[in-house]
Design a protein around this ligand. Structure first.
Ligand code: TMP
Length: 209
């Protein structure tokens, strides 16, 4: 059995990642592919417990290094118990956020050195890099309004000011440029059906479907 493919969706708050993971999963399943959808932080029982520590509470509950270590602890559990076994049995794994969120939120926005984050990534995952990362890009005002309309301010991260969210957007665009072989930027400000079509086109082209 061939190893499955690992696709991550990234972007700022309210970019539509969970909607598009659902659409992409259905589209792949129609092609006879076994799909596992998951998210970070979280995805396994232990990692979901760590997720609550990371996303709930006041903005300054953790400093950036503690937050990074918690994220990597959750990621190691997630990779070991869910993602790697799924890929090994041939399933395609679609993950809502992964290492690029750490590189941008804890790195670009909160100042942890890239070298440190890459070393931790190796320790936590092997390193395991995605086969394809879709960066859903949209202006942060639109994303934050969407996220707040859905559930109010839910996570510690949504409560940061707009400059923080603008830095995140630029951080994701810079990463997509730096890792251009792995990443594709999708304009997420267009209607949902257009975004889905754009995602399907990228997956077909990059992963040969
Ligand atoms: P979500 O709301 O998209 O599920 O993500 C939860 C929050 O966790 C989101 O605000 C971004 C943040 N986060 C990080 O800061 N670093 C990470 O590595 C990950 C995976 C998420």
């Amino acid at each position: 059995m061939a190893r499955g493919r690992f696709i991550t969706l990234e972007g700022g708050e309210g970019a539509g990642k969970s909607t598009h993971i659902r659409h992409l999963a259905a589209w792949l399943q129609q092609r006879g592919i076994e799909v596992v959808t998951t998210r970070e932080p979280g995805g396994t029982e232990g990692a979901e417990t760590i997720r609550s520590l990371i996303v709930e509470g006041s903005v300054d509950r953790w400093d950036a290094v503690t937050e990074t270590l918690l994220l990597n602890a959750a990621r190691h559990d997630h990779i070991t118990r869910l993602i790697r076994p799924a890929l090994e049995r041939g399933a395609w794994v679609l993950c809502d956020r992964y290492v690029d969120s750490t590189l941008v939120y804890q790195g670009t926005a909160k100042g942890v050195a890239l070298e440190t984050l890459l070393q931790l990534h190796t320790l936590s995952t092997g390193p395991l890099w995605p086969d394809l990362t879709l960066v859903l890009d949209l202006p942060p005002e639109i994303g934050l309004a969407r996220a707040a309309g859905r559930h109010g301010i839910e996570t510690r991260f949504e409560a940061h000011d707009i400059r923080f969210h603008e830095a995140l957007r630029q951080g994701f665009l810079d990463l997509a440029h730096r890792f251009a072989d792995r990443c594709a930027v999708v304009d997420a400000s267009t209607p949902v059906a257009d975004v889905s079509a754009a995602i399907e086109a990228v997956v077909s082209k990059r992963l040969g479907l």
